[in-house]
Design a protein. Structure first.
Length: 160
């Protein structure tokens, strides 16, 4: 289906089920389905209070892609920053420019809010790196630290 027939729109809490499904598809695609622990209700609540924001792409068969993001305060910038969490396009519509349309909507939102946009890419995901470079994004090496709950509990417990 040509990209001209793709509708790009903001997600609402009513879209929680489809967004839940697409996030799980993304996790499975990345071999990380076992890491998913959220519920559809949590997605709906987060969309409702704008802790989570999402943009959906849909064609005649339904929602076929998404980008999720948050708006946070960044001390180095002294203002808001748009943090992209995930971008995903269903297999059936890949390579049709939908990911680009989603990211261009992100660019418009960021420009409207005078924010930079920021996201992470797995080092092994060369296709994503090429995609983002094609949009004009700068890629920087940076190590991402994740402090999981058990590790934090152990650190706090050992300091008592």
């Amino acid at each position: 289906m040509p990209t001209e027939q793709i509708n790009i729109r903001n997600a609402t809490p009513a879209d929680a089920a489809v967004l839940d499904s697409l996030i799980r598809q993304l996790a499975a695609h990345e071999g990380a389905a076992h890491l998913i622990s959220f519920t559809q209700g949590q997605v709906a609540a987060a969309l409702g209070n704008e802790r989570l924001r999402a943009i959906l792409a849909e064609d005649g068969e339904g929602v076929c892609g998404f980008v999720t993001f948050t708006v946070d305060f960044a001390i180095w910038n002294g203002g808001d920053i748009l943090r992209v969490d995930d971008v995903f396009v269903s297999d059936r519509v890949r390579r049709r420019g939908i990911g680009r349309q989603l990211m261009l909507r992100i660019a418009k939102l960021a420009l409207e809010g005078n924010m930079i946009a920021r996201w992470e890419i797995e080092p092994v995901n060369l296709a994503a790196q090429q995609f983002y470079l094609g949009l004009g994004a700068n890629l920087r090496d940076k190590i991402v630290a994740r402090w999981e709950l058990p590790a934090m509990a152990g650190a706090v417990g050992s300091s008592a």
